[in-house]
Ligand binder design. Structure first.
Ligand code: GDP
Length: 266
């Protein structure tokens, strides 16, 4: 318990402002830290505390060539325009056991205005990598769905969009973004099916009968038994888009698509 408390303390200390923040999630090795480092070069300030097992928050600045959605009518140099370009990036450890940091932040995402879920587009071309990414993504999307359906207000909570950042497109083994989307949707459908079966089996084992409501709560997406598609998340206040990029390699970094998406949320 102590380490967890300590980490929460560190996390709170590292986020003193109310700037819009983006959570970086995704399996270990996907390129989250690399993206953070790339973005940090443009950062105005960095949080001092970081170990590989605690979340790291950096303050970043949208590059000049991107316009924050909320500042389209303002001109560069206007203080409000400059303010609108600032955001926080929160890196979370991708290791399975440490994911409670990520889900902890999903429970009360006051200033979270988006989630960047980074996947290695070469690794999702293979079954093991695809399944790992799909399990994690399934859980993230289900937390967002529950947050929406549990909300007390009739309006529903503020939307939290998800960018699936298909990274490492410089590798020739990488799947192109539209195939990453198809592969992930199918793999998330499979995760959903096996989770539902697991729930059912445990319900039977405990002799429970009337657990239909819970099963429904744990079922991702509104499309019934049919295949899961990202666009089903629109109904629960979460748009999911897949955009390719590469943080390293090739002819240098290309993360334009991701920064454009971030600009749209600011
Ligand atoms: P994290 O665990 O998600 O934080 O992943 P890292 O940022 O530590 O990256 C994992 C590995 O992938 C490192 O060896 C990086 O150098 C490498 N990597 C990250 N981004 C790219 C990329 O766009 N292309 C290539 N070829 N390698 C990358």
């Amino acid at each position: 318990v102590l380490p967890i408390l300590l980490h929460q303390f560190v996390y709170k200390r590292a986020t003193p402002t109310t700037l819009p923040s983006f959570l970086l999630l995704g399996p270990s090795g996907a390129g989250k830290t690399a993206f953070l480092t790339l973005t940090e070069r443009r950062a105005v300030a960095a949080a001092p505390t970081h170990t590989s097992t605690s979340p790291l928050t950096i303050q970043a600045l949208l590059p000049d060539s991107f316009t924050p959605e909320s500042a389209h009518f303002r001109s560069p140099g206007d203080p409000a325009y400059e303010r609108a370009r600032r955001f926080l990036l929160v890196d979370t450890p991708g290791h399975g056991k440490l994911r409670h940091f990520a889900t902890g932040q999903l429970v009360n995402p006051t200033h979270v205005c988006g989630i960047v879920f980074v996947v290695d587009a070469a690794s999702v071309a293979e079954e093991a990598g695809l399944n790992e990414a799909a399990e994690y993504l399934h859980d993230v999307l289900l937390s967002l769905q529950k947050r929406y359906t549990n909300a007390k207000t009739s309006k529903g909570p503020r939307e939290i969009p998800v960018l699936v950042a298909a990274n490492k497109l410089d590798l020739f083994t990488a799947l192109p973004p539209h195939l990453v989307k198809i592969a992930l949707e199918k793999a998330v459908s499979d995760v959903r099916k096996s989770r539902a079966k697991g729930l059912k089996d445990s319900g039977v084992a405990m002799g429970g009968e009337d657990d239909g409501v819970d099963e429904e709560r744990e079922w991702l997406g509104g499309g019934g038994e049919g295949p899961f598609e990202f666009r089903q998340m629109d109904e629960v206040g979460t748009s999911v888009v897949v955009k390719g990029g590469n943080v390293l390699g090739g002819d240098g970094a290309d993360v334009r698509g991701w920064l454009e998406w971030i600009a749209e949320q600011l």
